[in-house]
Write a protein that binds this ligand. Structure first.
Ligand SMILES: C[S@@+](CC[C@H](N)C(=O)[O-])C[C@H]1O[C@@H](n2cnc3c(N)ncnc32)[C@H](O)[C@@H]1O
Length: 310
């Protein structure tokens, strides 16, 4: 049986996202629909919810569980196709709220055959979108040591990236790496010290996953498009799970609400000619102690909210 995905920060999402029961909403990361189902419960019969996911298992689940609801439609697309799809529906500038709950879902992590987890032995795959040709095992066996080092540093913020990259390249010369457990073992052998409670391969797996799925590029593209499709007063709610994602979201909101930060010597609050398009709403939101206890996956979640002003 598939593992359940518990929606993270559910009450906070509903409170910050939903401003009109008859609004048009986007859930850009359907997953197993935890947030989508709760949003639909709050909408009236004129409300609409369009969802996206690039994983066909998520899309199948959406059709199976919510296909009956005329207010709901799922797109098997990446969220960086957002503006194209919303424009084709003639809804650009008319969206009431957008949710992004980034990263992988629990079923993706827990299904060994998806190859995302160092805890489950399976082919090292890591593709969120099964239509993509490049799998993590092909990449790890062919990438140059210097690119591997860059990826581990940039997307894993791994202190011991150099050692690990070197060890992987040596190990694959003897035997190509095919499975999650093989890679986890190689990384564990190379790693001199890791954070308490973490697996030594945590950062390496994070880095490879982000690279294979182009997660940060897609997030950057999507945020600009999200702002373009929102109606004035529309809300953007983003849940991130690591500092690389959150930094992008934080900078995006800040750049569009207060502009580029000016050097201290310039006595202006905004760059000349800057017109804000977003307003920051509230402070950073994190799950409370109770939620983390009930759903340990939520422990690193942080949520930011912005409102479109023009
Ligand atoms: C954390 S889960 C979302 C869970 C969901 N909120 C729920 O309650 O069930 C993230 C989902 O976003 C999808 N995803 C990640 N990046 C995506 C992208 N660029 N485009 C579309 N879907 C993406 C993943 O496939 C995954 O199913």
């Amino acid at each position: 049986m598939e593992t359940l995905h518990k929606p993270v920060l559910l009450n906070e999402v509903l409170k910050n996202l939903l401003t009109q029961a008859e609004g048009i909403y986007l859930d850009l990361t359907f997953g197993r629909g935890g947030h989508s189902k709760a949003i639909l419960e709050k909408l009236n019969k004129s409300g609409k919810l369009f969802a996206f996911d690039k994983d066909h298992e998520a899309v199948e689940m959406a059709v199976k569980e919510l296909g009956y609801d005329k207010r709901f439609q799922i797109f098997h697309n990446t969220f960086s196709d957002l503006e194209k799809i919303i424009s084709s529906l003639d809804l650009k500038g008319k969206i009431t709220g957008i949710l992004l709950d980034l990263g992988v879902s629990s079923p993706q992590l827990d299904n060994a055959s998806r190859g995302f987890s160092f805890n489950k032995d399976g082919v090292l795959d890591m593709r969120m979108d099964q239509r993509q040709t490049l799998k993590a095992n092909t990449w790890i066996n062919t990438v140059s040591e210097s690119i591997l080092l860059d990826v581990l540093k940039k997307f894993g913020e791994e202190r011991f990236a150099k050692r690990i990259a070197h060890h992987i390249v040596n190990a694959r010369r003897k035997n190509p790496i095919h499975t999650t457990k093989e890679l986890a073992k190689i990384v564990a052998e190379a790693h001199p010290a890791w954070e308490e409670g973490q697996h030594p391969a945590t950062k390496t797996f994070q880095a490879i996953r982000i690279f294979i799925n182009k997660e940060l590029d897609e997030l950057n593209t999507c945020l600009g498009q999200a702002s373009n499709v929102l109606a004035p007063g529309g809300r953007l709610v983003v849940i991130s799970f690591h500092s690389l994602e959150d930094r992008i979201v934080k900078r995006f909101i800040s750049k569009n609400s207060v502009g580029e930060v000016l050097p201290k010597e310039i006595p202006l609050s905004h760059a000349p000619g800057f017109t804000p398009t977003l307003k920051k709403v509230g402070k950073l939101i994190r799950p409370n102690h109770m939620e983390v206890k009930m759903n340990p996956r939520s422990r690193s979640a942080v949520m930011r909210v912005a409102e479109k002003i023009r």
